[in-house]
Design a protein around this ligand. Structure first.
Ligand SMILES: Cc1cc2nc3c(=O)[nH]c(=O)nc-3n(C[C@H](O)[C@H](O)[C@H](O)COP(=O)(O)OP(=O)(O)OC[C@H]3O[C@@H](n4cnc5c(N)ncnc54)[C@H](O)[C@@H]3O)c2cc1C
Length: 361
């Protein structure tokens, strides 16, 4: 039986595996993907990370290239794969956990092939961005209207030239896609709640350099600073603000509220005919595989800095797990170190000190 099963080989899962390895705890990292970093490889080709390379270190292992520059998704995926290889992490890919239960005091994880993995503890590193959200009114659209989820958008090769494209959702991804498609297509961007758009660089530095130095990113999730950040929810895409997008020919609309035939209806009563709709209104977590009595909702996962109500079941890589940095690469070392310490403490009565060092029973 494993001391710890890590579900998910994103950067958080890899960091957990590395820390468990150093503590000489037996572990396995499983991931449903074919390759490490597939979530980054499948993001839009034009995507560049919004945090510069200096903030993409994994346990001190630097991402090659200009530290002030911004890596592609592909580059970060390679970085993760290299990190796993040099640390010889114990990994099993193409292994999706479809069912996690507790039997007595240990966990049984069932994979899509029926394999059962037994572990004393589990770290859920499956990420919060698993399923891209599509609003219920999307089903009102004619089947002729091409609908693309942001998680499936790679580039515009599948979109006929001069299409009427409605991008629903004005977060970083929606704004980047709208900017990319403008010029080649008639693009409308539907905006949701007002969010603070900030520049990527200020005074020659990455904005995250300033936020990191000022420790703002590490303020506890219940602190007054955190409350302000949660309310304003700033995103570093000021180069794709409304004025810049309008200049590129993008039509800015308020929230999309309904759909009918091939029309998208907006909250100001206007209507746009669409050939293509790209849904960029966010992601939700898939918790269908969790059959644990202590975990009833996604909120249970982020309640206590990685400790969940289910004893022995821990979480990393969630928004506001401990602070703003928790969902960023630059915050992962801090959170994974804390959570792996929780795992060790949980296992402590079962760990015997031998002459060679710690050894699990
Ligand atoms: C579009 C986008 C751009 C972003 N850009 C940046 C950026 O520039 N800088 C930054 O710091 N942060 C960025 N983030 C945030 C950051 O990437 C995420 O918070 C981060 O990916 C979380 O890492 P993770 O390791 O927790 O999860 P993920 O990277 O999502 O990895 C989770 C892994 O778990 C696997 N998995 C899921 N469920 C199961 C299961 N049941 N069984 C087995 N395996 C499973 C998945 O296959 C996946 O490989 C971005 C996020 C998005 C969505």
């Amino acid at each position: 039986m494993l001391d710890c099963l890590v579900v998910g080989a994103g950067h958080c899962g890899l960091l957990c595996g590395n820390l468990l390895d150093r503590k000489e705890l037996s572990y396995l990292i499983v991931d449903g993907g074919e390759n490490i970093g597939d979530v980054w490889r499948h993001r839009p080709k034009s995507l560049r990370l919004f945090t510069s390379r200096q903030f993409c270190k994994l346990a001190g292992y630097s991402l090659p290239g200009d530290p002030e520059g911004y890596a592609t998704g592909q580059e970060f995926a390679e970085h993760m794969a290299n990190f796993a290889a040099i640390n010889d992490l114990k990994l099993q890919l193409k292994t999706q956990i479809v069912n996690l239960t507790k039997v007595g005091d240990h966990f049984v994880a069932k994979t899509q092939t029926g394999q059962a993995i037994h572990a004393k503890t589990v770290i859920n590193a499956s990420g919060a961005n698993q399923v891209s959200i599509v609003p219920p009114f999307a089903k009102n659209l004619w089947s002729e209207v091409q609908q693309i989820r942001c998680s499936d958008y790679v580039d515009d090769t599948a979109i006929a030239p001069n299409s009427n494209v409605v991008v629903c959702g004005d977060g970083a991804t929606g704004r980047q896609i709208a900017a990319e498609l403008s010029g080649k297509h008639n693009v409308t961007l539907a905006c949701g709640r007002v969010r603070k758009l900030v520049p990527n660089r200020i005074g020659g530095h990455d904005i995250f350099w300033w936020l990191h130095k000022a420790r703002v990113l590490y303020a506890s999730s219940r602190s007054p600073i955190a409350r302000i950040l949660k309310r304003r929810d700033p995103i570093p895409v000021a180069y794709a603000n409304n004025a810049a997008l309008i200049q590129q020919g993008v039509d800015i609309k308020p929230r999309a509220v309904n759909a009918e035939l091939n029309n998208i209806l907006f909250s100001d009563g206007t209507v746009v005919q669409a050939d293509v709709v790209i849904w960029c209104i966010g992601y939700k977590e898939n918790v269908s595989w969790l059959r644990l009595p202590g975990v009833n909702s996604v909120d249970d996962l982020v309640a206590k800095k990685g400790i969940t109500p289910e004893p022995g079941f821990f979480v990393v890589g969630r928004k506001w797990l401990s602070c703003r940095a928790s969902e960023l690469i630059l915050g992962a070392d801090r959170d994974t170190t804390r959570v792996v310490n929780f795992v060790q403490e949980y296992l402590a009565p079962a760990i015997k000190v031998t002459q060679e060092g710690y050894q699990s029973s």
